[in-house]
Design a protein around this ligand. Structure first.
Ligand SMILES: [Zn+2]
Length: 252
């Protein structure tokens, strides 16, 4: 018996994951048995976290749909601006609060996102299993450059960063998760992700250098690691950076 075949077409940025001969065109996909459409999509190298809508023979289907010989399957990415609620969503609603967990090697992105007021968990010694477990337990979105991490079965919310350049990655994240209106700079400690609060100068005076003590009066302190922030030249430099990210100026 010859293998069965379906015809796939992937849309928009899902093409980022395909080899040139499969980009932006129909192609045949051969299979044995009755694989789920999710397995077939991931065999085509596309993490399921990137997919938001699957149309099989004109009707929307879930990840658990099983391929049948002759099917025509169209696969769409997460839509940013088109409302597809009346059709089918593959995932329950978006996570209520946008929180992230970052793969190892994304330390610079972690600090940038914290600077913008995002709740970001990051360690440079995470095992993949830990990232997945903490993402699920704490309802965090995984950001990574590792396609296979997002293909893990348990993963529900994740995003594959296209760029390797931190400021561009920040812009990607802001666009993908529609965060422009929810940025709150200087809320989380850049170092440890602890929350930052106003603190009386008298409480931290003994930690300050003489010049800082003399010229500044407004201070913030990380509730976790105790790092002290103030609105000095460094702070203003950060504020400028934030503005650049928000305005999509990735020159930096
Ligand atoms: Zn801290």
């Amino acid at each position: 018996m010859t293998a069965s075949k379906v015809r796939f077409r992937f849309y928009e940025e899902l093409n980022d994951f395909l080899p040139p001969e499969r980009k932006k065109r129909d192609f045949d996909y051969a299979f044995d048995g009755k694989p789920s459409v999710k397995d077939a999509i991931e065999t085509c190298r596309i993490p399921h976290t990137e997919v938001d809508l699957i149309i099989a023979n004109g009707a929307s289907v879930g990840f658990d749909y099983h391929l049948k010989d002759g099917d025509r399957i169209a696969v769409y990415p997460v839509f940013e601006s088109i409302d597809i609620t009346p059709i089918v969503k593959l995932r329950d609603k978006p996570l209520r609060k946008t929180r992230f967990i970052l793969d190892v090697h994304l330390g610079t992105l972690a600090r940038h996102l914290r600077l913008l007021g995002m709740d970001v968990k990051y360690r440079n010694d995470y095992e993949d299993e830990e990232i997945v477990r903490e993402a699920l337990e704490e309802h965090r979105i995984i950001l990574t450059r590792d396609r296979l991490l997002l293909c893990r079965k348990a993963v529900t919310h994740g995003y594959f960063l296209r760029s390797t350049h931190p400021p561009e990655q920040v812009a990607e994240v802001i666009r993908r998760f529609d965060l422009v209106d929810s940025l709150q700079p200087f809320r989380y400690c850049m170092q440890c992700n602890g929350e930052i609060h106003r603190v009386d100068k008298s409480e931290i005076e003994d930690q300050l250098l003489p010049r800082t003590r003399k010229y500044y009066d407004v201070f913030y302190r990380c509730s976790q690691c105790g790092k002290v922030y103030w609105e000095g030249p460094h702070f203003e430099g950060l504020a400028r950076q934030v503005e650049q990210f928000v305005n999509g100026d990735t020159e930096n």
